[in-house]
Write a protein that binds this ligand. Structure first.
Ligand code: IPM
Ligand code: MG
Length: 388
């Protein structure tokens, strides 16, 4: 008997619901067509708009469901605006809705933020002279500590001597678990770096200056003794962004403390063709939450033009994670079918959302969110039919 996976769906704010709807439809199709793959969807409201209406970022039962019931979580985006440039904030000044993302990362111990950077054929990259064969690596961002610890204080508010301090704890345990996760991923990615096939793992830090980074790098060096087939590699974060633009093909798996990972993964998204195609997973030992990394983009909300590819790829990562965790070949198989369909649609390029109508595609008429989602689902249905 196949088990039923409970998928918690959190569409959230802005373009979140628009893209998540397309991703859920994709998951429904594979779940319906593949025998012994059964997904049940449980949707809950959350985000800044919900906060404005209710005074809380999500209902208490949604939080309990995430902790106790969900086999995996699919999140759209959080963050809403009262007026352009005026985000909804909680009473403590934090972005309303952020707790759903940051709180979950912390409370569910989703310590590895996995962000693949892959340029699909047919997607324009801003890097001149780089091809899909050059851009295929994964950023692993530490996701629970560092500058996101939430420890800090403002002193003497609105006084001339005002001061704000953010504390940046980096622990041996916190560094070690994410570095080992990255090491295991580098082992699994047999093809290695596009440039030379090396199973390279790059530690990105600022250990020439900061104590936390010195610990992070030390733990990296120690951990690598257990991964003899991996080529350890080091870069200071400022230099890494330069190298990433110059020769992305050198990278295979990259691991970094929290805030550096946040920043460098937006660079990664840019070189793979933009936020519209960049997906991520927040992964721990017992829980995982997947999301398009683009955010709620309030100014695009309701225009039905957002690219659902990132959300659909987040769904693919969710299936991959379930597949590995439960040794479930059908879930893995579904993930492969989804990625192949995305690849085909992007490569054919007849259907493309506005964000992909750049460079040599700038004269093309942009497709809507629905058209893009439908095109991907058509290919999935064709594949499923052929294989049944
Ligand atoms: C991300 C986002 C979040 C972060 C924001 C929305 C709090 O930028 O997931 O990268 O800073 O982690
Ligand atoms: Mg970010």
């Amino acid at each position: 008997m196949a088990r039923t996976y409970k998928i918690q769906v959190l569409p959230g704010d802005g373009i979140g619901p628009e893209v998540i709807q397309e991703a859920v439809k994709v998951l429904e199709i594979v779940s319906g067509a593949i025998q012994r793959l059964d997904l049940a969807f449980h949707e809950f409201p959350c985000g800044g708009k919900y906060y404005l209406e209710t005074g809380v970022e999500w209902p208490g039962e949604a939080e309990v469901f995430a902790q106790q019931e969900a086999d995996a979580i699919l999140l759209g985006a959080v963050g809403w605006e009262i007026a352009p440039g005026q985000p909804v904030r909680r009473k403590d000044g934090q972005l309303a809705g952020a707790e759903v993302v940051l709180g979950q990362r912390r409370d569910l111990e989703l310590y590895a933020n996995v962000r693949p950077v892959k340029l699909y054929p047919g997607v324009p990259t801003p890097l001149a002279d780089k091809q899909p064969a050059d851009i295929d690596f994964v950023i692993i961002r530490e996701n629970t500590e560092g500058l996101y610890s939430g420890i800090g204080k403002r002193y003497g508010e609105n006084e001339p001597g005002e001061l704000a301090i953010d504390v940046r704890p980096i622990s041996r345990m916190g560094a070690e678990r994410v570095i080992r996760y990255a090491g295991r991923l580098a082992q699994k990615r047999g093809k290695g770096a596009p440039k030379d096939g090396k199973q390279r793992l790059t530690c990105v830090d600022k250990s020439n200056v900061l104590l936390g980074d010195q610990l992070f790098r030390q733990v990296f060096e120690e951990s690598m003794h257990d991964f003899p087939e991996i080529e350890p590699d080091f870069a200071y974060v400022d230099a890494w962004v330069m190298w990433c633009v110059r020769q992305p093909e050198y990278y295979n798996v990259v691991v970094a403390p929290n805030l550096y990972g946040d920043i460098i993964s937006d660079l990664g998204a840019a070189i793979q063709g933009g936020m519209g195609v960049a997906a991520g997973g927040n992964i721990g030992d017992n829980h995982a939450m997947f999301e398009p990394i683009h955010g709620s983009a309030p100014r695009h909300a309701g225009k039905r033009r957002a690219n659902p590819t990132a959300a659909i790829l987040a769904g693919k990562m969710l299936l991959e994670w379930l597949g590995e965790r439960h040794n479930d070949h059908q879930a893995m198989n579904a993930a492969t079918i989804i990625e192949e369909a995305v690849t085909t649609v992007l490569k054919e390029g007849k259907v493309r959302t506005y964000d992909l109508c750049k460079g040599s595609y700038s004269s093309q008429k942009p497709s809507t969110t629905k058209q893009m989602g439908t095109a991907i689902r058509k290919i999935i249905q064709k594949t499923l039919k052929e294989r049944s």
